[in-house]
Ligand binder design. Structure first.
Ligand code: GLU
Length: 466
């Protein structure tokens, strides 16, 4: 029988929000699920209590919703494989950890942190790998059980001393690890919480995960997982470790070189669909020629086997370009609503609507809108160039404009041209001075059209304020 496709992302609430790298894996999993009539699951891996960040889970889930990467099962949905938050599943992990101890595939370890520290120091001094030295491995099971009643302990994976552990990866093919280099990983901590390794295997199994599609930095953990599947007698899921997205200099995507949290992109006014489009193209086509396509088209085009094996580089400038393309393709009324939403409805929608045709070509993201357009909503508070010397000419201009009957860009332009002719001023200097008086800035949307939107009264008043 073919297993139904069930895929998952398993974010840890240890950061500000959803990491852009996780957006990428979420997209891959989502698209894979949709393409195969499968189920996309979100599981919150919150067992590392020392790194737990309050509010992080809610922000992660909100960001997934913002991207429209709807999950079928997750901590805030129904689903028969729940709970979908690991801190609510502690009994499962304990049960399987004890089962492993019973089978001799895991053991109690009573080593103190002082001893472990000593051991580590020695290994470093001898230039040996810093792996647990197996000190508690041979305590007989009766004695271990007895000690566990009074002493603090962890449960460790019993990794064979020799041989290899192998698995098949969709992208990399056969991957082999030497067992002697695999640590006797802690599975259950002294606080009763599992480590990632035990919890991920137990949950992927219990939740019926068919394909584990995750970032390649988990590849070195996978042999521990494979051993656990074997020891527990469970069938393996398909593993697909995808290349990490990187900074343009190929270093690991980091907060220092690129903004990494979804909320930053939201705050900057990127469109979620543009980000997904950009990430998709990075992963399975060539960064040179980005096409604009919808998530439905992505679902059609996507093939996990076509994922590139080298980490695609995440170039913010390119993303901005893609985002700008999306903005230009958006119908004006919709764009008006989006910008208005972005500005929390603090600016009159009617004016936003009128300004759209003037700024649409010039903005790459919504945060570009206000710096370019704030003069439509308020008088300039400062001028980029000193224009006091133009006072008399502005008075003339103001008079001339008052006589304009039909207040539109063409008539406004004609009236001002007449002032140029009558005063003999250099045209470019004159129009720059008027632009500064009206907008405060040297660079602005087209002047005549902007004045048409501002209206006769407001435009002439601004000329008089100088
Ligand atoms: N909790 C891990 C993370 O934060 C999940 C890794 C996995 O997908 O197995 O990314």
């Amino acid at each position: 029988m073919i297993k139904p496709v069930r895929v998952r992302i398993a974010p840890s609430p240890t950061g500000e929000d959803l990491h852009i790298g996780n957006v990428y894996t979420a997209l891959l999993n989502y698209v894979y699920a949709k393409k195969n009539n499968g189920i996309f699951i979100v599981r919150i891996e919150d067992t590392d209590r020392t790194r737990y960040v309050q509010g992080s889970e809610a922000r992660i889930l909100n960001s997934l919703k913002w991207f429209d990467l709807d999950y079928d099962e997750g901590p805030d949905t129904e689903g028969k494989y729940g709970p979908y938050r690991q801190s609510e599943r502690l009994n499962f992990y304990k049960k399987y950890a004890e089962e492993l101890v019973g089978k001799g595939k895991a053991y109690y370890c009573f080593c103190t942190s002082a001893r472990l520290e000593e051991m580590r120091k020695g290994q470093i001094a001898r230039k040996e790998p810093t792996l647990y030295d197996g000190f508690c491995k041979n305590i007989n099971s009766k004695e271990a059980k007895k000690r566990s009643l009074n002493e603090k302990y962890v449960i460790r994976l019993n990794v064979p001393d020799s041989g290899t552990t192998q698995f098949e990866d969709v992208i990399r093919g056969k991957v082999t690890f030497e067992n002697k280099l695999i640590d006797d990983q802690v599975l259950l901590k002294s606080d009763g919480y599992p480590t990632y390794h035990l919890a991920v295997v137990v949950d992927d199994y219990l939740m019926g995960i068919s394909h584990v599609i995750r970032a390649e930095d988990w590849i070195s953990s996978t042999p521990k997982h494979i051993l656990l599947y074997h020891y527990l007698g469970w069938e393996l899921p398909v593993f697909c470790h995808v290349p990490l997205i990187r900074n343009p200099d190929h270093s690991k995507l980091s907060k220092r070189k690129n903004p990494v949290w979804a909320s930053w992109y939201k705050d900057q006014g990127f469109l979620p669909e543009a980000i997904l489009n950009y990430l998709a193209q990075m992963g399975w086509s060539y960064p040179g020629d980005i096409e604009i396509y919808t998530i439905e088209e992505m679902i059609k085009k996507f093939d996990i086997a076509h994922l590139k094996a080298v980490g695609p580089s995440f170039d913010l400038k390119k993303l901005e370009w893609v985002n700008g393309e999306y903005i230009r393709k958006t119908e004006n009324p919709k764009l008006k609503d989006q910008i208005s939403n972005y500005l929390d409805h603090n600016y009159p929608e009617e004016i936003i609507g009128k300004t759209i045709p003037l700024v649409k070509e010039r903005i790459k993201k919504f945060s570009d809108y206000l710096p370019l357009s704030s003069f439509f909503f308020e008088k300039p508070t400062a001028y980029e160039i000193d224009i006091k010397a133009w006072k008399d000419i502005f008075a003339k201009t103001s008079e001339k404009l008052k006589s304009v009957k039909k207040w539109d860009a063409v008539s406004i332009g004609e009236a001002m041209q007449q002032v140029v002719n009558e005063t003999g001023k250099k045209s470019s200097d004159y129009f720059m001075a008027v632009r500064i008086a009206v907008t405060g800035r040297k660079v602005s949307p087209p002047l005549n059209e902007s004045m048409e939107i501002l209206g006769k009264e407001e435009s002439t008043e601004r000329l008089k304020l100088v």
